[in-house]
Design a protein around this ligand. Structure first.
Ligand code: SAH
Length: 216
């Protein structure tokens, strides 16, 4: 077990690591300082919560690497009035960070267990502007569309059409795209009056976007 006295120092190192890996937006850093990653990493891996590494969570999924969470949040350019859709709730860590930066977060996962556990942590943090759904997020959330921002935290072969359609004009979507499970490219899509502009941000590795609902 870890020594609780080390936690402040580990958190300092955590923030330092984020900065050194390119997370420089002060609002994103502040949100990541306020949302402790510890509660999102339950069980065996809890004492590794402040390492800049992805870790296993239930249902065979992973909580993303903190610097990737920071870089994706930064790339999303979230504003305080924005309505944001996240596809892939997982542990809830990314959604909690977004919740501090925008008006409302809708977060969707295909595993009910993950959604239920994430909701418990949102309550602990007093985050009241997150709406959760158990659903196949590749279809987005038509009843709440359009969104100012969409973040997909599972890898798709292409940016899903329904998500592009649910993005507002002037909106931004960040999504890992790739054919292989081993490595994908993080893409930022901006919707303009006339169409979609794409730029490639970096190589990433995410679990795949899977069709339909999970068993648990
Ligand atoms: N953002 C998460 C990490 C997500 S891991 C965090 O901060 O911890 C990817 C998640 O995407 C997994 O929980 C997986 O169940 C979910 N997922 C995969 N395909 C999906 C789909 N079609 N619809 C909704 N969620 C999906």
């Amino acid at each position: 077990m870890s020594d609780p006295d080390d936690i402040p120092e580990r958190k300092m190192r955590f923030l330092f690591q984020l900065r050194s890996r390119g997370v420089t937006d002060p609002r994103v850093l502040e949100a990541m300082e306020r949302i402790d990653r510890g509660p999102f990493v339950r069980g065996h891996f809890e004492d590794r919560a402040y390492e800049d590494t992805p870790l296993p969570i239930p249902c065979g999924q992973t909580i993303s690497q903190p610097s990737v969470v920071g870089l994706m949040t930064q790339a999303l350019e979230v504003g305080p009035r924005d309505k944001v859709l996240e596809v892939g709730t997982g542990s809830g860590y990314q959604a909690a960070i977004l919740a501090l930066l925008c008006r409302r977060v809708y977060t969707v996962d295909r595993h009910r267990r993950l959604v239920v556990e994430a909701e418990e942590i949102f309550q602990q943090f007093g985050l009241t502007n997150i709406t959760t759904r158990v659903a196949d997020g590749s279809f987005g959330l038509p009843e709440q569309a359009p969104f100012d921002r969409i973040i997909v935290t599972a890898a798709a072969e292409d940016p899903p059409g329904p998500l592009l359609a649910q993005l507002k004009i002037g909106g931004i979507m960040v999504v890992p795209v790739g054919q292989s499970d081993a490595v994908q490219t993080l893409i930022r899509v901006r919707r303009s009056e006339t169409g979609f502009d794409y730029d490639e941000l970096r190589q990433v590795r995410f679990v795949p976007l899977v069709e339909g609902l999970g068993q648990t």
